[in-house]
Design a protein around this ligand. Structure first.
Ligand code: MG
Length: 350
């Protein structure tokens, strides 16, 4: 068997590659305390109370409407730390650059990284630079890693959860969702993938849709202060469909969502219709999905809406023992199973 694009697409093929190949070789029992491990396949790991994550960025093209690989590489790692409930502290960045790459473009990317770091309040403190032959790589790959720590806001958030129901563990893992929890999305879905696809292929929707790429740690901090969040995810590759299926599978509970409550921009809807792709399967880089205690849902929704990043937040459904997997009530009154996407309708967007 050979690796295909589907193996990197964030859907089922990638899940199989990770579980059957990567975990098979890399898993072992270490002597240190690993609270959230490789096998959890969560947004970050937690080792000796340090939250730790890494991401390689291969977006094509490097500059796109609403951002570039610099904004993306900083935001993606900051967000993966923040959705665990952690306070992001610092990042590393490694550049693999193709021979012949314009210095001017490299400086633009570095400037974007600095601006995004400033917005998030998280510095890059270490890194590496390599150059490879021009035929070995298309432009540049940027890999970032990040560390974060426990914050008072996370402790406060969990204390609020425990006023309403039992809650084991100390982090916001995908496996924490229970029957009755409310599902919130922090804004419109599909923007990032559609903006890149449209710009790359010249479909013309990019004049109306920009990538949503941005660091979300400040919005998340605000929601944690409100309290009552049990799990969070950034619906990147595989989109909302994949994020919800991960919640459902890892938590062992069904999720029911309502089509007419999911925020999708008109231009994204039109692009998806024309291209025959599903907005729920398209990657986002500036949104989160939250599972929250029912009693706290309205207050968290309000807290999100008070932030610039979360002003279009909506309650889109709830976790339910009554359904298996992820089920969507459609606008016309039907029921549709939302499967984890097999491949990615839009490759190389992150
Ligand atoms: Mg993530």
């Amino acid at each position: 068997m050979k690796i295909t694009m589907a193996h990197g697409a964030g859907g089922e093929a990638m899940q199989r590659l990770i579980k059957n190949v990567i975990l098979k070789h890399l898993s072992f029992n270490p002597k240190i305390s690993v609270e959230v491990a490789l096998e959890d396949l969560d947004d970050s790991a937690v080792v000796e109370d340090i939250v730790f994550t890494t991401d390689a960025h291969t977006v094509k093209p490097l500059f796109f409407p609403g951002g570039d690989i610099g904004v993306l590489s900083v935001s993606g790692t900051v967000n993966d730390l923040a959705v665990m409930g952690a306070e992001p502290l610092a990042l590393s960045s490694s550049f693999v650059i193709a021979e012949g790459f314009p210095l001017e473009d490299f400086e633009k990317i570095l400037e974007s990284m600095r601006q995004t770091c400033e917005r998030a309040g998280v510095p890059i403190v270490t890194g590496d630079t390599k150059v490879v032959e021009r035929n070995a790589l298309d432009g540049m790959i940027v890999t970032t890693a990040g560390v974060g720590r426990r914050s008072e806001s996370l402790d406060r958030n969990i204390a609020v959860v425990r006023k309403h129901r039992e809650f084991e563990g100390r982090w916001l893992k995908d496996s924490n969702v229970q029957d009755g929890d409310v599902i919130i999305v922090s804004g419109s879905v599909g923007d990032h993938g559609v903006a890149i696809l449209s710009f790359r292929e010249g479909y013309g929707f990019e004049s109306e849709v920009c990538s949503d790429v941005k660091p979300l740690n400040k919005m998340i901090e605000r929601a944690l202060q409100e309290g009552g969040i049990v799990a969070m995810k950034d619906p990147t590759r595989g989109g909302l469909a994949n994020a919800l299926n991960e919640f459902a599978a890892k938590s062992g509970v069904g999720i029911e969502i309502f089509e007419d409550r999911i925020p999708i921009k008109e231009a994204v809807r039109a692009a998806c219709e024309m291209l025959g792709i599903d907005a729920l399967e398209i990657g986002n880089e500036g949104k989160i999905v939250l599972a929250v205690v029912r009693e706290c849902a309205d207050a968290i929704l309000q807290a999100l809406r008070e932030t610039e990043e979360g002003r279009d937040a909506e309650i889109i459904g709830y976790a339910s023992k009554g359904v298996r997997g992820v089920v969507m009530r459609t606008s016309v009154g039907g029921r549709k199973i939302v499967e984890p996407p097999l491949g990615d309708p839009v490759p190389r967007i992150c």
